[in-house]
Each structure stands twice: as structure tokens, then as C-alpha cells.
Design a binder for this molecule. Sequence first.
Ligand code: SF4
Length: 329
Amino acid sequence: MNQSILQVRDLRVYYHTNDGAVKAANGVTFDLRIGERLGLVGESGSGKSTIAMALMRLIKPPGKIEGGQVLLDGVSLLDLPEEKMRQMRLKEIALVAQGAMNSLNPVMRVRPQIECALRDHDVKLSSIALSDRINELLDMVGLRRNVADLYPHELSGGMKQRVCIAIAICLRPKVIIADEPTSALDVVVQRQVMETLKTLGKALGASIILIGHDMGLMAQAVDRIGVMYAGDLVETGSVAEVFADPIHPYTKLLIASLPTLERKEAARGIPGLAPSLRNRPVRCPFQPRCPVAIDRCQTEEPILREARPMREVACHLYSSESSRVMEAS
Ligand code: SF4
């Protein structure tokens, strides 16, 4: 599972406004390994959805991909002509966008909506083969075959989300990005949809990037986790290690704020607010909220680096220079 299918390097996405550039993704770097499920978590505005849209090259003005590299199986997505990139979507990399279930065409039955996705990519199948393919897709996402003949308003939220997932996998992509795939669904259905995604990933041999803010749900669904804060990736590691032993002060507070069966006291949030992403000062973006900040945090932005084997963190307390300072003190 160590070979990367997707390499993201120093990805920068800015939204240009009259008051300056909003740096929604500020140099994000990570790898997605073959067959891996990677969770990107963070609060609203941390840049998770921007990353999803940038990987699909679907950022619209005033947003712009300012720099960086996205390699999908060795192909540089940011350098492809638009038509070639259009062909890559669904076929190589697919997105179940946030609120996707509301994007189904309300006046079309499910069958033609899946057919459209296939035809858009020049898939030429006889009507029998097309029908078989649609049945197979519905089976894969756990829907009854008669769903193909229903309109979206005849489906529950969970069923609509499964239809969107069926469309996303119709060309067997190598990478599936699911942005908040369970928002607006009840808790039981959330778990079922997550299970479906897990099963599909395995069945297709696809890698999955799961985007969300529910750490508990994420813990059950992914192998590795990346914590985002203010447009930066601040910690990565296996889900078991990050939950058992978080390194970054933000991750520590995030995990400490999760409800547990044992904890009796009232839930604790993280004091303070996330910083504005416009006109960011050069400092650690978490510095105003960080309970363990040191002087250096006010003048220097930490970069993501390996703190332990297979664990990366962006925090001065764990850079080698700061480690020496801490050991000496
Ligand atoms: Fe806190 Fe400094 Fe680490 Fe930022 S770099 S998380 S302010 S200790």
C-alpha cells in the first residue's frame, strides 16, 4: 500500500477579492497511496473542499490555482488541456461533491442520469449492456435495481447520495473524492453510506479521499488522516496513531473536544476563532489560539515535516531546531 497514486505538492489556491487574496489552500502537500482511504478533516473554511475542487480542476473565478503540482498516476493534472482533463474526470478521478444529492436533475429518472455520465465519456454500449451496467452500479452501491426508474424526489437522502456515488464510480476511477458525503443524513444512514464507500474502494481497487469534519465518523472510515487548519495541512498519520497520540496542539484540542462515554463534564470547544485567510501575517496560523505557543510562532510559519516515522506535523515544537531548544531548556 506504499506506492502513491496521487501526489499533491505545494498546492496553492487563492480566491481574489477586492480586499486581497484569500489563501484557501496555502501550499498543501500530501500523497495518496494505492488502495488507501485518506481522511481530510478540519473546521469549516480550513480548505478541505477547495482541495477537492482543485484536484478536479474545478476551481472557478475568482478562485485560481496559483501553483503546485498534482500528479495522478504520473500525469500532471494541472498541465493537461481542458478537454483531456474533462476526460480524466470520472474515468481516472471522480468527485462526490458536497451536497451532490441535491444536484441530481429533478425532472429526470435515475437511469438517464447515469447514462448521461457514461455517454459524456464516449462509452458506447448496446442498450442491453447499458442496462446491465446500470444494474451493476446500483447493486454496487446497495440500491434496488428499480431505483433506475424513479425520480430523485421518490428517493430518500441516503438513496440519492448512493445514486451520486454510482455516477461517480461508473467509469471505475482510480481515485474517488467524497466531500462531506454524509452531511444532511441521519446517523444510521451516515454509517451505511460510509460502509458503502469503503466496500466500493476495495471492490474497485480505488483510493479514496474522504473530506469531513466529523472526527468520530472519519475514525471508522479511513486508514490515514490529514488535519487541516486555515488552508494548511498541520498533521498527518495513521488514524489509530493520530487518535491515540496526537502531536499538533490543534489536533490535540480537536480530539480532546470529542465526546466520550467516560467523560462526564460538559463538552469543551477550542477557544478563539480560525484566522482570516486574507492578508495572513507570517506566523503560525494557530498561534492566536495555541496554548503552548513560543516566541518563534509569532514570526515564522511552520512547515509540514516528518516528526516521527510516518507522522508529519507543522509545528515549531517539533522541528529539529525547536527540539534542540526544548531539550536545552
Ligand atoms: Fe502552537 Fe507554535 Fe506549534 Fe503553532 S507552531 S501550533 S503556535 S506551538
